[in-house]
Design a protein around this ligand. Structure first.
Ligand code: DX5
Ligand code: ZN
Length: 220
C-alpha cells in the first residue's frame, strides 16, 4: 500500500451546478481535491463544460482543482484551463500522440501534469511516461458518465503502477475514477491508489458531507 495520505476528490459532474458553492463547501482543502470532468462529445459521447465552470469553481473553493480532460486535441486548451484556475490538468493517452510534449506544456503552464488511461488501453501504453507524471489516472469505468459500475479488473493497472513507483522510486499520485464508493475505494487503496474520485457516491447521497467522510474512513 502507498504511504501517501489518501485524498478524496468529489466530482462536480454529479453535483447540482445551480448551487455549486454549497456543494463544494463540503470539501476540506487539507484532505480533498475537487474533480472537474471536461467532455467534448467526441472523445467521449457526452458534453459537459469548459474553462468558465472551472473559473466559477475556483472562486468557490481553495481545494486543489483536478481537471480531467476527456477531449480530443487537449493541448489547445491547456493554457485556458490553467488561467481558469486548474491546479492539475490530466489528459488522456488515447488523445495525445505527442504525450511528452503535452505533459511538458501542462507543467510549463504551471500546473501538475496528469495522464489518464481508459479501461481497454493496456498498461504498457502509459508505462514509459510514469517518470514524467505528477499523477496517473486509472479509469475504472468507460469515461463519459457518472454512476457506472466499478471495473475491478482495472486494479491490475493500479498494482502495476504502484510497483513501478516503488521500484523506480518515482513520485506520482495514482488516482482511480469511476464507480468509487465505500468498498471499491478500499479495494483501490489496497491496490496502491491514493486519490479517489467520487461523483454519485458523494453528490447523489442524502448527506454528501457524511458520504465524503465515509469514503475517507474506507481508505484510511
Ligand atoms: C466519468 C468521469 C468521472 C465521474 C465519476 O467519465 O471521469 O469522474 O464523475 O462518477 P461516479 O463516481 O459516479 O462513477
Ligand atoms: Zn473524471
Amino acid at each position: 500500500m502507498s504511504a501517501r495520505s489518501p485524498i478524496v476528490a468529489p466530482s462536480i459532474l454529479s453535483a447540482d451546478l445551480s448551487r455549486l458553492g454549497a456543494e463544494l463547501a463540503i470539501a476540506d482543502p487539507a484532505l480533498d481535491w475537487v474533480h472537474c470532468d471536461v467532455m467534448d462529445n467526441h472523445f467521449v459521447p457526452n458534453l459537459t463544460f469548459g474553462p468558465i465552470v472551472v473559473e466559477a469553481a475556483r472562486k468557490l473553493t481553495t481545494c486543489f482543482l483536478d481537471v480531467h480532460l476527456m477531449m480530443e486535441r487537449p493541448w489547445g486548451m491547456i493554457d485556458a484551463f490553467r488561467a481558469a484556475g486548474a491546479d492539475g490538468i490530466t489528459v488522456h493517452i488515447e488523445a495525445c500522440p505527442q504525450t511528452r510534449e503535452v505533459l511538458r506544456q501542462i507543467r510549463a503552464a504551471g500546473a501538475k501534469a496528469g495522464l489518464a488511461i481508459k479501461p481497454k488501453t493496456p498498461f504498457a501504453a502509459i508505462a514509459p511516461y510514469l517518470p514524467d507524471l505528477d499523477l496517473l489516472l486509472v479509469m475504472t469505468v468507460e469515461p463519459g458518465f457518472g454512476g457506472q459500475v466499478f471495473m475491478e479488473d482495472q486494479l491490475e493497472k493500479v498494482r502495476a503502477a504502484a510497483a513501478e513507483r516503488a521500484t523506480k522510486q518515482l513520485d506520482f499520485h495514482i488516482e482511480v475514477d469511476g464507480g468509487i464508493a465505500p468498498g471499491t475505494a478500499a479495494a483501490a487503496r489496497a491496490a496502491g491508489a491514493d486519490v479517489f474520485v467520487a461523483g454519485n457516491a458523494v453528490f447523489k447521497a442524502k448527506d454528501p458531507k457524511a458520504a465524503l467522510a465515509a469514503l475517507h474512513a474506507d481508505v484510511k
